[in-house]
Design a binder for this molecule. Structure first.
Ligand code: IMP
Length: 197
């Protein structure tokens, strides 16, 4: 049995990842670990932000932990909102305002290719007590819808349609989203790694 702190307070992410892990792993979100802080994401890459979150939590708890950072990368916007996805429309981290800004930015543009990219950073104390840093990446390719579709999920889900589907993520159950999900792909690699431990 492995216990891992997940450096997030995002209930949707915890629920998604919880739905992916077997009984051999116990995932503890920050609040459950008694940590009530908002970790900054000041960097220019998903990797650096993920490392910042994981190392902040490791320095507080001294326990194995992981974090993840996700960005929506839209080709016609040169990869924006990317690492700034949470705050695309301002510091309020407002899902609806972020979606509105994406739809407005793509108003006259039919080239709507996009991808979600997740980077997980794991800080893991090995058998010799050496702290290892590992990264795992998951990508989901797709396109941006012309208008919002569906009311499930969170974030940009109502406007993202993964390749191989006509439905947006917000029109899918969690199980359907997991067939395509960037986060699922990254988490699968994380747990494949952990299973060797
Ligand atoms: P962060 O990884 O929490 O910084 O998320 C960056 C932004 O992308 C936030 O606005 C999230 O809501 C959004 N986001 C992250 N993962 C997903 C997803 O699976 N679907 C839709 N939006 C997401």
């Amino acid at each position: 049995m492995h216990t891992l702190i997940f450096a997030t307070n995002n209930k949707n992410k915890v629920a998604e990842i919880q739905s992916l892990v077997g009984p051999d792993f116990t995932i503890i979100p920050l609040l459950e670990a008694g940590i009530d802080i908002d970790i900054p994401e000041p960097h220019e890459t998903l990797q650096e932000n993920a490392f910042e979150k994981a190392s902040t939590i490791h320095s507080i708890t001294n326990q194995n932990c992981f974090s993840e950072d996700t960005g929506l990368e839209i080709e016609a916007l040169n990869g924006a909102p990317g690492v700034k996805s949470a705050r695309y429309a301002g510091e309020g981290r407002d899902f609806q305002a972020n979606i509105d800004k994406v739809l407005q930015s793509l108003n006259d543009i039919d080239y709507r290719t996009a991808q979600f990219r997740t980077v997980i950073c794991l800080l893991w104390q090995d058998a010799e007590n050496i702290l290892q840093t590992h990264y795992f990446e998951g990508i989901c390719k797709g396109r941006i819808a012309y208008e919002m579709q569906g009311d499930k999920g969170f974030g940009y889900d109502p406007i993202f349609i993964p390749d191989g589907s006509d439905k947006s993520f917000a029109e899918m159950s969690m199980e359907e989203k997991n067939v395509f999900s960037h986060r699922k792909k990254a988490v699968t690699q994380l747990f494949e790694f952990l299973q060797t431990k």
